[in-house]
Design a protein around this ligand. Structure first.
Ligand code: PRT
Ligand code: MG
Length: 211
């Protein structure tokens, strides 16, 4: 069984869930450069992937299971994946933010066409379409907070946790689009073929979330 995880917050917050399923990595991916990490169970290994790549590894069956943020899953589309458990980890929210002195409410009211920069173009497009707003969407891959500061965009759609990054860059959260947490994802074909192996792990994760 192969489980795809990203380093950083998802890995940290997944360790207790793995322990509940009786799985302990033999190495820490934060310090090891290995991309395939063995565990105490000979039949279980971890593959360390970029957060936004996790659904792709699971979709194609390169990993049987994975853990990915709702943000990443919405942008991926979810094809070929079961999403059986909301793990309630790596929580944050997806929000619209603007420079402190930009009058967003007035722009919305007069139906202004604003420029929005985001890594999450599907979420951003759907959000503004639902509000009936016409926007110009600019796809970025990182540091969205910079875009309004240098005139690339009027607004951004990004993840917010403590709000510290927005404050440090003189940005203001004006709309919450959705709450975000990470989910266990499972390759649909693998669940049929390897059900005896995968089902107990899925149940252990679900049980660990409840307790
Ligand atoms: O590597 P890649 O760029 O593909 O992914 P990544 O860098 O987004 O991965 P990672 O490990 O940072 O995030 C993995 C998942 O954690 C995300 O997909 C989210 O579901 C979740 N998560 C939870 C967050 C945050 N909280 C978060 N605060 N992901 C990112 N952030 C960033 C945010 O983008 C912003 O730049 O942190 C900054 C804001 O934090 P505050 O505390 O200053 O508000
Ligand atoms: Mg990051």
């Amino acid at each position: 069984m192969t489980l795809a995880l990203s380093k950083g917050r998802i890995f940290e917050e997944t360790l207790p869930l793995l322990a509940a399923a009786g799985i302990e990595p033999v190495e820490n991916p934060e310090s090891s450069r290995k991309l395939i990490i063995a565990t105490n169970r000979p039949d279980v290994r971890l593959v360390i992937v970029r957060a936004s790549d996790t659904p792709t590894y699971v979709q194609y069956g390169a990993a049987d299971l994975g853990i990915a943020g709702k943000d990443v899953l919405i942008e991926h589309g979810g094809a070929g994946l079961y999403q059986p458990v909301d793990l309630a980890i790596a929580k944050c929210r997806m929000s619209v933010a603007v420079p402190e002195h930009f009058d967003y409410a007035a722009a919305v009211q007069r139906g202004a066409r604003i420029r929005v920069a985001s890594k999450y173009i599907n979420i951003a497009r759907d959000h503004f379409a639902a509000k009936g707003m016409h926007i110009d969407l600019i796809k970025l891959y990182g540091s969205m907070e910079l875009a309004p500061l240098v005139g690339l965009a009027d607004a951004i759609v990004d993840l917010v946790s403590t709000g510290g990054t927005l404050r440090a860059n003189k940005l203001r959260e004006v709309e919450e689009i959705m709450q975000i947490s990470s989910r266990l994802i499972v390759n649909q074909a693998a669940l049929k073929v390897k059900r005896d192996l995968l089902q107990p792990v899925i149940e252990a994760f679900a049980g660990a979330v409840k307790s």
